[in-house]
Write a protein that binds this ligand. Structure first.
Ligand code: ADP
Ligand code: MG
Length: 359
């Protein structure tokens, strides 16, 4: 998988950007505020149909314009494809291979990218919802049934919570619980299974960059972690029954994967509370590298790596380990403000005020 061209009209600080990429190793160089992250955001947006920050979509349109037009051409299995979007304040319209897309899930997974942005440093210090969304994106990407199950679960959960607000009979609430339980089991088991796959990879990448520390991603759930369907159901029903009053009081479903969280232990200590910024950075970077391997294994495609501003934050030894870790990737796009000798295999594109000034 390989990006060949990016076009942006009135997107963020780009008037009319046309970037042809013919290389597998790309370094986008520019001073702060020049638009490096905006390029990666464009790619992120087209691969996931949502921006980095979900609540601020209007800011994607260049100030003073009414709509943004973005287009990306990529190669996959030796065929060329494109994803594009027209973004207005009222709506976003997407097209795949120039045909309008009605169901966004049909684009999801076409262009596979891993993005490491500086904000990711705080992943393990962030709210459980943010951590769930990292895991969910990954599980959905490699397993379509997971994505569908999650969507059905969310819809039913909303209905069950509405039933509390509307003071429906316990019988109705129980019927919702019965329907939720098998979906909850699927989600919990798959998350757990993926975590088990991630852990050795996370350990491998983290030790390569940091040394001999012991790192572990731990799954925290209030659901039973049992494979047996009927045992899972029995234990969930018991939890719901034992906490009936509390659920009615809070007017919401208190048990299920929507309450899950994840944390990372380094040498037995939670990095959200005890880890340095450097440890947090390397942990999320290693987690993203682990994700890359999982995508390659499940999807038989090498994802495109987008690494925003990594070079300035890492010392030489770690940059070398990072570049070594991504050496089999078909395409790697790194941004930064200063070039490094270590990036001599990377083709440099210099950006200034939203314009490519030198290739
Ligand atoms: N909607 C927008 N319209 C115009 N400029 C924008 C918009 N959103 C962001 N910008 C500008 O984009 C620049 C930031 O670009 P960014 O890609 O974050 O820079 P960096 O090269 O530091 O990563 C800032 O100058 C900001 O003012
Ligand atoms: Mg930036």
């Amino acid at each position: 998988m390989f990006i060949k061209q990016i076009i942006a009209k009135s997107f963020r600080n780009f008037d009319d950007l046309n970037l042809e990429l013919n290389d597998s190793r790309i370094f986008i160089k520019g001073v702060n505020g020049s638009g490096k992250t905006n390029i990666l955001e464009l790619v992120y947006f087209l691969s996931r149909c949502k921006p980095f920050k979900a609540h601020n979509e209007d800011a994607l349109i260049k100030i003073g314009s009414n709509e943004a037009n973005i287009y990306l051409k990529f190669e996959k299995d030796k065929e060329e494809h494109s994803i594009s979007s027209i973004i207005t304040k009222r709506k976003k319209v997407f097209a795949y291979d120039d045909e309008k897309v009605n169901k966004l899930t049909s684009i999801f997974g076409q262009l596979i990218t891993i993005s490491y942005i500086p904000k990711s440093v705080y992943l393990f210090k962030s709210e459980p919802a943010e951590k769930r969304s990292f895991i969910d994106e990954m599980c959905s990407m490699i397993n379509y049934q997971y994505l569908e199950t999650l969507q059905r679960y969310r819809k039913l959960l909303k209905e069950r919570n509405q039933a509390f607000i509307k003071d429906y009979d316990q019988d109705i609430i129980n019927v919702y619980a019965e329907q939720l339980i098998p979906l909850a089991k699927y989600i919990v088991c798959f998350r757990n299974q993926i975590l088990e796959k991630i852990n050795p990879l996370l350990q491998k990448y983290y030790s390569q960059m940091f040394g001999s520390s012991d790192i572990k991603l731990v799954y925290k759930t209030n659901c039973p972690l049992v494979e047996d369907e009927s045992l899972f159901k029995e234990q969930m029903i018991k939890q719901f029954n034992d906490n009936k009053t509390n659920e009615h009081l809070k007017k919401q479903t208190l048990y299920g994967p929507h309450r899950d969280s994840f944390f990372v232990l380094i040498d037995g200590k939670d990095i959200a509370s005890y880890g340095s910024q450097g440890q947090n950075r390397l942990a999320t970077l290693s987690l993203n590298l682990a994700k890359k391997d999982i995508y390659s294994e499940f999807l038989h495609q090498e994802p495109i790596l987008l690494l925003d501003d990594v070079i300035s934050d890492l010392d030489e030894k770690r940059i070398i380990s990072l570049l070594e870790a991504v050496k089999n990737s078909k395409q790697v796009i790194i941004t930064g403000s200063t070039n490094s000798n270590l990036l001599k295999e990377y083709k440099t594109y210099e950006i200034q005020n939203g314009k490519i000034i030198k290739e």
